[in-house]
Design a protein. Structure first.
Ligand SMILES: CC(C)(COP(=O)(O)OP(=O)(O)OC[C@H]1O[C@@H](n2cnc3c(N)ncnc32)[C@H](O)[C@@H]1O)[C@@H](O)C(=O)NCCC(=O)NCCS
Ligand SMILES: Nc1ncnc2c1ncn2[C@@H]1O[C@H](COP(=O)(O)OP(=O)(O)OP(=O)(O)O)[C@@H](O)[C@H]1O
Length: 197
């Protein structure tokens, strides 16, 4: 049986970077954002549906994320429509990944794990947490990111502390060292749980 570890946290707090730490230690990682990227790519599973709700964001058979981001900031109704297309596709992909990887520690990088009520799908949930100042400076350093888009995304997510309070493990991502240490502790605990089971 695989051990399913959900990995979540607020935007830019270090999910993907931490997922890589788990991968470096032999875990298999599934990433919700990458699944969305694939679905938006050429001939991706979401392209035809998105062409119906946001035609100007689709060209040459793929979804232009920058255009989609701009449309979302102009139209508050677009994001829920987009989510209704994307979230079922993402869940299906996740289930296929679990079926294809029996017997390992599987890590699931999922930004909206708590918001979508998915915690019960996992054996445990880890939450990355950095200070809000570190988060803001890291997110705003990304190209194409604006303070307005950052605030809009934050308003759609649970507060970071609320996610951390519900998690089984917290990973301090204020520095590479704190994060690596936390990942080692979590993996040791999971292996102990597997041995005791
Ligand atoms: C808004 C979009 C176009 C922005 O694309 P962009 O390349 O700038 O960002 P990316 O997809 O890498 O997301 C960055 C982060 O934003 C946050 N985020 C993304 N979508 C959402 C959402 N619907 N609600 C809350 N936070 C979100 C997450 O923390 C995510 O990790 C894109 O995020 C999108 O299409 N979102 C809708 C699909 C979705 O809900 N994805 C979340 C994972 S299933
Ligand atoms: N432990 C850490 N120490 C130092 N920098 C980090 C750490 N974790 C992440 N970062 C940096 O913070 C930024 C955001 O990290 P990352 O992309 O992993 O966050 P994320 O939570 O996956 O973001 P998103 O929610 O947008 O998908 C990156 O520039 C990354 O290099």
């Amino acid at each position: 049986m695989s051990f399913l570890l959900g990995l979540t946290g607020s935007i830019g707090m270090g999910k993907s970077t931490t997922a890589q730490l788990f991968a470096d230690r032999g875990c298999k990682v599934w990433d919700a954002d990458s699944t969305v990227h694939r679905a938006y790519g050429e001939n991706g599973a979401a392209v035809a549906s998105i062409a119906k709700i946001a035609p100007s964001a689709v060209s040459q058979g793929f979804v232009d994320r920058a255009k989609l981001r701009a449309l979302i900031s102009q139209d508050a109704k677009l994001l829920p429509k987009l989510e209704a297309i994307i979230h079922p596709l993402v869940k299906k992909d996740r289930e296929a990944f679990i079926a294809g990887n029996p017997g390992s520690i599987l890590v699931f990088d999922i930004p909206l794990l708590f918001e979508l009520n998915s915690a019960a799908d996992f054996d445990a949930v880890a939450c990355v947490l950095s200070s809000p100042e570190v988060q803001e400076s890291r997110v705003l350093a990304r190209s194409g990111m604006t303070a307005e888009h950052f605030q809009m995304i934050l308003s759609k997510q649970w507060p970071a502390e609320e996610k951390a309070a519900r998690a089984d493990y917290i990973i301090d991502t204020n520095s590479p060292e704190t994060a690596a240490r936390a990942v080692d502790v979590i993996l040791a605990d999971i292996k102990k749980r597997q041995k005791d089971a």
